[in-house]
Design a protein around this ligand. Structure first.
Ligand code: HEC
Length: 126
């Protein structure tokens, strides 16, 4: 009886260890941020383009599309379907700059938040 109990304890310990080990084996996708407050206003020209100009244009379009230079960026993002305002978190632009995306190292979390809010508010050319 005592032996069985010990074996059970040992087994459950192993299971717990295995389960916790698994947690680190998978990359858990970051959940989409909470919806911005109603009436949230983000301006493409005032809030978003300055991020592209400061952090992205050395490579876009020089190295790769989309063209993120002022005057070209909005059309490049819209025609290339980089923004999906009906499901903001599925936007390629957002996924690339968000944690885990290949562009995440070029941008701060606050700036990613601004981009998300801009897409959420309808990705307007405002
Ligand atoms: C050092 C150069 C460099 C910088 C800086 C850079 N990118 Fe990129 N970007 C690339 C390269 C190379 C690719 C293609 C490989 C990939 O998708 O990771 C790319 C791909 C992308 C894509 C996907 C394009 C596609 O059609 O699949 C998006 C969107 C993007 N970058 C946005 C940004 C944004 C926004 C910034 C600024 C915060 C930025 N990038 C900064 C080099 C750069």
């Amino acid at each position: 009886m005592k032996k069985r109990l010990l074996r059970l304890l040992f087994l459950s310990g192993t299971i717990v260890t295995l389960l916790t080990a698994c947690e680190y084996d998978f990359i858990v996708p970051t959940p989409p941020p909470p919806p911005p407050p109603a009436g949230d206003t983000i301006s493409f020209s005032q809030d978003i383009q300055p991020i592209f100009t400061a952090k992205c244009v050395t490579c876009h379009p020089v190295v790769y599309k989309p063209d993120l230079t002022a005057g070209n960026s909005f059309n490049a993002l819209k025609t290339g379907s980089y923004v999906v305002d009906s499901v903001p978190a599925s936007s390629k632009l957002y996924q690339k700059v968000n944690t885990g995306g290949s562009m995440a190292s070029y941008i701060t979390a606050d700036q990613v938040g601004l981009i998300y809010r801009w897409i959420y508010a309808g990705a307007k050319n405002n």
